[in-house]
Ligand binder design. Structure first.
Ligand SMILES: Cc1ncc(COP(=O)(O)O)c(C=O)c1O
Length: 395
């Protein structure tokens, strides 16, 4: 039997998954004995706060926590998330109907397309972006139409550039601020424009807030629910992975319009069976941490950001200090190492000649060509060393 022929068109037509390629390149480099500095994936090296791990251990000892989880998440965590949304953004979210606990925000961002996208339907997707929006849409049989994020627009989509043909078929619009990979934030003005635009064209907004707490220079991210009327047509996806260093736990939550939550829930209960209660109970502790604790995380990433951005700037790279996220989005175009290489070739060069793992911008969307994404997941010493190694390539 020719198994290749059996693969669904949906799966066949998906392009490369850039982070799988990055992980493979890292493996090969390690096997080849290279001394690696890994700035590839969005995989924080900072551990969860000790109070979270303590709670995890304590809850693991309780037999009742090992039974089948509740589909929508335990009431304690939904309540804690609702209180956190209020404390953090001043918005009211009903823990009973407006929150659903996810196995990491990634699966929710993929499954939302299963709930709304049929073949021929369109979803508006930022470019460059975290790949799951596009891939979720395509796995559901729909079409992702890119909204380019350009430096001249402060990395915000220009809604006037979306064609009326795309808009007539569009059901979903994905947004992500603080943004991966550009590090940009969106203010209230932009979010209000987005909500108004989405209402005019009957779109559902899925705003990805994975980096909501990782912002720099005393800035704060804004929740879309701070915009009047956003609850009519918006969802916001949060993650425990980045702020709390809990990437391996696979834990997140989605908040918003109760009908939308209910529709997503119909997909979720069909393919998932809730999240291990031990994790959810420890996550309640994460959401009750003091802002001071999170400040330390922000300061750590901010110091790392400054080392890398200043180092690359000195070498002639085009790079700005990101306002948030754990990424630096930098273009070597015009420098000695770029020649006429594209972003994948430059990423390969950095692995081969400097042992530095990055993500090629083109892997995050066509508008990412010419850029590399550096994750701030090495300590200051590692980042200083990375800058020195890149400097040698410029000589
Ligand atoms: C923008 C963005 N959204 C979502 C996620 C996924 O987070 P989680 O671990 O909650 O699935 C990531 C992880 O890299 C991300 O960068």
């Amino acid at each position: 039997m020719d198994i290749e022929k059996k693969i669904s068109h949906r799966l066949k037509s998906l392009g490369e998954y850039v982070f799988f390629g990055v992980a493979e390149a890292k493996k090969k480099a390690i096997q080849a004995g290279k001394d690696i500095i890994d700035l590839g994936g969005g995989n924080p090296d900072l551990p969860p706060h000790p109070k979270i791990v303590e709670a995890l251990k304590k809850e693991a000892d309780k037999p009742e926590n090992h039974r089948h989880p509740q589909y929508e998440g335990i009431p304690e965590l939904r309540k804690a998330a609702s209180l956190w949304m209020n404390r953090r953004f001043g918005v009211d979210i009903d823990p009973e109907t407006e929150i659903f606990i996810l196995l990491g925000s990634k699966e929710g961002l993929a499954h939302i397309s299963w709930a709304f996208i049929d073949p021929e339907d369109v979803a508006l997707v930022p470019d460059p972006a975290y790949p799951v929006y596009q891939r979720g849409v395509e796995l559901a049989g729909g079409k992702a139409v890119f909204m380019p994020l350009l430096k001249e627009n402060s990395w915000l989509p220009d809604f006037s550039k979306i064609t009326s043909k795309s808009l007539s078929k569009a059901k979903l619009m994905f947004l992500n601020y603080p943004n991966n990979p550009t590090g940009a934030l969106a203010g209230k003005d932009f979010l209000k424009t987005a909500v108004d635009f989405a209402k005019e064209y009957e779109l559902i907004i899925c705003q990805d807030m994975a980096y909501s707490e990782i912002t720099f220079d005393n800035r704060k991210s804004v929740s879309i629910f701070q915009i009047d009327g956003a609850k009519d047509n918006c969802l916001e996806f949060f993650s425990f992975s980045k702020t709390y260093g809990m990437t391996g736990w696979r834990l997140g939550f989605v908040v918003g319009n109760s009908n939308l939550i209910d529709i997503l829930k119909r997909v979720e209960i069909s393919v998932n069976s809730g999240v291990f209660h031990v994790l959810q109970k420890a996550a309640v502790v994460a959401l009750s941490l003091e802002d001071n604790d999170i400040d330390q995380v922000r300061q750590t990433y901010q110091k790392r950001r400054d080392i890398l951005v200043e180092g690359l700037k000195d070498l002639g790279w085009e790079v700005e200090k990101p306002a948030g996220s754990i990424f630096v989005w930098a273009s070597p175009v015009g420098t000695k190492i770029a020649h006429d290489l594209d972003s994948r070739q430059i990423a390969n060069l950095l692995i081969e000649k400097a042992g530095i793992i990055t993500t090629p911008g083109a892997g995050l969307g066509p508008s990412g060509e010419g850029y590399l994404r550096f994750s701030l997941i090495a300590n200051e010493e590692g980042l200083n060393e990375a800058v020195q190694r890149i400097k040698l390539l410029h000589m």
